[in-house]
Design a protein around this ligand. Structure first.
Ligand code: FMN
Length: 231
């Protein structure tokens, strides 16, 4: 299989370049992001396809630092309070095709558009799905029961540090199968038991009372379990 973006007259060259340019950005200059730019990012998001064309996305600009801190203290990523701007994407959870989570798929399409637009506007962003329990987020931000928090986008002006290269883990022909699952494409995943244990531990953390999280659990999680990125 060849790389479809090779070749001089590739009509997708501009788009492929934009896709390749976007990288997650986690370190930002101390500079506020104008509201108009955030609205442009959202405008890009809502161009995404959505299951049954429901367009069930809604957006919360989380400007108040106390709210961002609360999202972290209740179990969300330590990075949430660190970006100059943040947009929480929520989606209508009353969609029908639950076995395939059409709500999450639609929200994800929107989020990717947003990250690409942020990049094109000279901003940087990172998709954060490490959030407190949905019920906590609903209470904190007045989200009705029929909308579910999906992800928080940290957004800001990137520092001048060079962007991390993120290599694709497999060549295309190992990721693509014809009429069946690709032969060489099994990812290295932990065994089933480990996967179930990790899910159980994750659930346990989510239901840990708030005061225990604040007291010491968050510190342990941030120190030993949170994946560290140096960008
Ligand atoms: C569904 C989803 C959830 C993610 N959640 C987090 C997160 O909680 N914290 C974080 O730092 N990055 C998060 N990321 C960003 C990934 O770590 C990042 O996309 C990946 O390392 C590849 O790097 P790149 O975006 O620069 O290509 C998430 C990405 C996706 C798609």
């Amino acid at each position: 299989m060849t790389n479809a973006s090779d070749g001089k007259n590739d009509p997708a060259a501009g788009l492929m370049a934009a896709l390749g340019h976007r990288r997650s950005v986690r370190k930002f200059r101390d500079q506020a992001v104008p509201r108009e730019l955030l609205m442009r990012v959202i405008e890009a998001g809502v161009q995404a396809p959505s299951a049954c064309n429901i367009q069930g996305w809604r957006f919360i600009l989380v400007e108040n630092p106390d709210l961002r801190r609360a999202l972290h203290e209740a179990g969300g990523s330590v990075m949430i309070p660190q970006a100059p701007a943040g947009i929480l994407v929520v989606y209508d959870n009353t969609t029908k095709n639950m076995p395939y989570r059409d709500d999450i798929q639609s929200a994800a399409a929107c989020i990717q558009n947003m990250l690409l637009a942020a990049d094109a506007l000279g901003l940087g962003g990172c998709w954060i799905c490490n959030l407190p329990s949905p019920s906590f987020v609903r209470r904190l931000l007045d989200i009705p029961w029929n909308y579910s928090p999906v992800a928080f986008l940290m957004i800001g002006y990137p520092t001048d540090a060079p962007r991390r290269e993120v290599a694709r883990k497999l060549p295309l022909d190992q990721m693509v199968g014809v009429d069946r699952f690709p032969s060489g494409g099994q990812a290295k995943t932990p065994g089933r038991v480990t996967v179930h244990f990790l899910r159980f531990a994750y659930w346990g953390y989510r239901v840990t009372p708030q005061f225990l999280k604040k007291l010491f659990v968050n510190k342990l999680v941030d120190r030993y379990l949170t994946k560290k990125f140096d960008d």
